[in-house]
Design a protein around this ligand. Sequence first.
Ligand SMILES: [Zn+2]
Ligand SMILES: [Zn+2]
Length: 149
Amino acid sequence: MAMTEVHLRDALDTLKSTGVRITPQRHAILEFIIQSMSHPTADDIYKALESKFPSMSVATVYNNLRVFREAGLVKELTYGDSSSRFDFSTNDHYHMICNSCGKIVDFHYPGLDEVEHLASHLTGFDVSSHRMEIYGVCPDCKEQATKVQ
Ligand SMILES: [Zn+2]
Ligand SMILES: [Zn+2]
């Protein structure tokens, strides 16, 4: 079984166990987030699925994303005034973000537990989570830049 299917099946089980009804739309949105490596916005998800679900609105997508977030299946990444991006919460990974096109790429690295412990120790906070992002220029944008010159 492909990783995507395993993730999808586990996610659907989690929803069922929390009493959330699995509608065809929920199924499709969840599947899209799991398959997509692009960290889509609610609008991206809406555009990808609107032909399949003509009665669906962007608000429906948002409502479903909220349900998934509350069930711990999806992480919302906020960026100031620009639209939130949504990410399937699998094992810990971090994000590389392109300054030029805004693309977000996952990379795996062991969770920075030591940093959390140290931060907690130094400040007396109870740590709930952390967020680390690395910024740069992606290979596509680098190539684009050399073509232009
Ligand atoms: Zn780029
Ligand atoms: Zn990610």
